[in-house]
Design a protein around this ligand. Structure first.
Ligand code: ADP
Length: 251
């Protein structure tokens, strides 16, 4: 079996006395989509920011394709990319200009051809000369994903990629991400509050609460294993933990 795309060991982040992430360990394998779930304040964004090298961990280790983010940051991050609604692309630049500028930042070889491939893959050909600021939410998400694919990442971090999209556009976006996970050498770490989506897309989920992993498993079988009818029900029970300690089981 090949090395995981992402390997996180004993990762912690404290803000003063408060642990935001508290000894978290997990992996993402090649061609795997892993959902990072948990209520607001659970530590998801802090975890993602540490993987992206934006925040320094208080303790623990992060390997991307076996490369240590703390020691060989540039090399590790060259294999990574990211998309989130709260990090929109500059709205005064066109689709093409955005892809070109990010491509130059990432030093993508044969950039012109790479952009043409991505314009086709993400249905952006007609929009190439439109300013990103005037595009619909769904179109902006497609551009953000195309941008995230520029450097052919092995690890794709997606923070609520389908938030604010209508169900039909959200389904298109999910299909594009699934295609990436199936075809390329990469793995995906995905946060979402949409449990229907998570059950449909993720191969495995991690439930984070107060900075710790409470549960981990297949989103389709986990609810039944814990006496719940759906992932949404299980989520609500876990989010209310420690009021429902029996649901958290071994936590
Ligand atoms: P999530 O993304 O799951 O909603 P976060 O990672 O944003 O959770 O936050 C985890 C915890 O860390 C929260 O209790 C939050 O208030 C705290 N936190 C996040 N950033 C900071 C910061 N810069 N300073 C102090 N506390 C923070």
């Amino acid at each position: 079996m090949s090395d995981p795309v992402l390997s996180v060991s004993d990762l912690s982040k404290r803000y003063g006395e408060t642990p935001a992430v508290d000894g978290v360990s997990f992996t993402v394998a090649r061609n795997e989509i892993v959902g990072l779930l948990g209520p607001n304040g659970a530590g998801k964004t802090t975890t993602i920011n540490m993987i992206l090298g934006v925040l320094a961990p208080s303790a623990g280790r992060i390997l991307i394709d076996g490369v240590d983010v703390a020691r060989r940051r540039r090399e590790a991050l060259a294999r990574t990319n990211f998309a989130a609604v709260y990090a929109p692309l500059p709205g005064n630049l066109t689709v093409y200009q955005n892809l070109r500028i990010f491509g130059l930042i990432y030093a993508v070889p044969a950039l012109r051809q790479r952009i043409e491939v991505l314009l086709d893959q993400f249905g952006l050909r007609e929009l190439r000369n439109m300013k990103c600021g005037v595009l619909s939410s769904g179109e902006q998400t497609r551009v953000a994903l195309a941008k995230a694919m520029l450097n052919r990442p092995h690890l794709l971090l997606l923070d609520e990629p389908t938030a604010s999209l209508d169900p039909s556009v959200a389904q298109e976006i999910r299909a594009l991400i699934q295609e990436f996970a199936r075809r390329e050498a990469g793995g995906v770490l995905w946060t979402s509050h949409n449990m229907y989506e998570v059950a449909e897309v993720c191969d495995r989920v991690l439930f984070l609460s107060r900075g710790r992993i409470l549960l981990e498993g297949d989103p389709r079988s986990l609810p039944r294993q814990h006496g719940r009818r759906s992932l949404e029900e299980l989520f609500i029970a876990l989010a209310r933990e420690p009021l429902a300690p029996r649901v958290a089981g071994h936590a």
